[in-house]
Design a protein around this ligand. Structure first.
Ligand SMILES: Cc1cc2nc3c(=O)[nH]c(=O)nc-3n(C[C@H](O)[C@H](O)[C@H](O)COP(=O)(O)O)c2cc1C
Length: 364
């Protein structure tokens, strides 16, 4: 164990209130998206998409941009995925000159191409190796913050308590728990009872992750689990006001009601923010569809917006669909929960093969 005095977790925006974090999401939580989210109400903490660590790896430039050029004012943790101790600690060294809040280890990615390499969620099958990795990363971050994001097991939850004891043994500073096993992918309900079990067993603060759909659900999940805060992924894509709404509910204020006109403005901002020089229009429209798959879950109960949006090919078509569905009744509510049965699914323009967690691999 390092004897250095370690940093404490950065303060949240709402002093003393529960914490909020934007979940790391490959292909989503880049600099542009972090900035868009900050515009509507930043989370307390950001986590980067995972930085792949292997023999030939160096931190990906576009992920470094989300750290180096981050002007949101909120701390950014750099997430690593890998299993080779030498290269993991080498990567920590490479990140030292970047303004990171800490190092986060991915122990949860459920994509078969990832876990078959024994990284991400695959590591949950091998607590002895997790023990070695945690020890090495803790030692490589003297005086710095070291956090972990994990699922509750691989095939089953047999290793869960052992893994939690390792979190304690290596003095992890913050633990985010996605309450599903790797095998469960995104298919089943989230096991909040296991998140509560983590809260009871570990010494560090725990962020509850998985299906935090609304501010009201965030408050319920905190009550149910006793967690120190929530980590939110897909539902912050659908509703970027969610972190602000969480702070409202946590402090007993009324929760901001959103309209379809607000969402139209969000779509415009997202489009402008994610554009870059040389980005072909068709590819940009396809990228937008990935976000809008989630947004559409709260637009109409029949999925009519989603149906029309998925068929667009140009910017003009995309915004015509947005105008038709979001501005016909601009004051209609953008509902806080997804409409039942309106599913965000990958669109057909994107390649089916994935090598990690990505929008293409999410079907729920
Ligand atoms: C598109 C996408 C990409 C993801 N990429 C990562 C990642 O890079 N690292 C990670 O730890 N989890 C990743 N995840 C998992 C999320 O961080 C989160 O644990 C999961 O989506 C459950 O939370 P939610 O219900 O709030 O979305 C990803 C999820 C999605 C939907």
């Amino acid at each position: 164990m390092s004897t250095a005095v370690r940093a404490s977790l950065p303060y949240g925006i709402q002093s003393g209130g529960p914490l909020t974090a934007l979940a790391p999401m490959q292909d989503v939580t880049d600099l542009a998206f972090m900035r868009v989210i900050a515009h509507y109400g930043a989370p307390d903490y950001y986590f980067t998409e995972f930085l792949r660590v292997h023999g030939q790896s160096h931190p990906e430039k576009h992920i470094l941009r989300s750290i180096d050029e981050n002007t949101t004012g909120r701390p950014v943790f750099a997430q690593l995925i890998g299993e080779d101790i030498f290269h993991l600690t080498r990567t920590v060294d490479e990140l030292r000159d970047h303004p990171i809040a800490g190092i986060d280890l991915n122990l949860g990615c459920p994509a078969p191409k990832v876990y078959k390499k024994n990284v991400g969620g695959g590591l949950l099958r091998d607590p002895d190796h997790v023990d070695r990795i945690l020890g090495a990363l803790r030692a490589a971050t003297p005086g710095g913050l070291f956090t972990v994001k994990m699922r509750i097991g691989f095939e089953n939850t047999d290793n869960f308590d052992r893994l939690l004891d390792l979190i304690n043994a290596h003095h992890v500073d913050l633990l985010s728990v996605h309450g599903r096993t790797v095998r469960e992918m995104y298919r089943c309900e989230v096991h909040y009872d296991f998140i509560a079990r983590a809260v009871a067993r570990v010494k560090c603060p725990v962020l509850a992750n998985g299906n935090v759909t609304s501010a009201a659900r965030a408050a319920e999940i905190l009550k149910e689990t006793g967690a120190a805060g929530v980590m939110i992924g897909r539902h912050a894509i659908r509703n970027p006001w969610l972190f602000r709404q969480c702070r409202e509910i946590f402090s007993g204020q009324p929760v901001t009601r959103l309209t379809l006109a607000d969402v139209r403005e969000y779509v415009e901002r997202l489009y402008r923010s994610t554009w870059h020089e040389g980005f072909p229009e068709r590819a940009h429209v396809n990228k937008m569809k990935k976000y809008l798959n989630f947004v559409g879950q709260s637009v109409d109960a029949d999925g009519a917006f989603l149906h029309a949006m998925r068929r667009t090919e140009t910017e003009a078509q995309l915004f015509a669909v947005c105008d038709q569905h979001l501005l016909a009744e601009p004051e209609r509510e953008f509902v806080p929960e997804p409409y039942p049965g309106v599913i965000a699914r990958p669109n057909c323009e994107t390649p089916a093969a994935v090598d990690g967690c990505s929008l293409e691999s999410i079907t729920a």
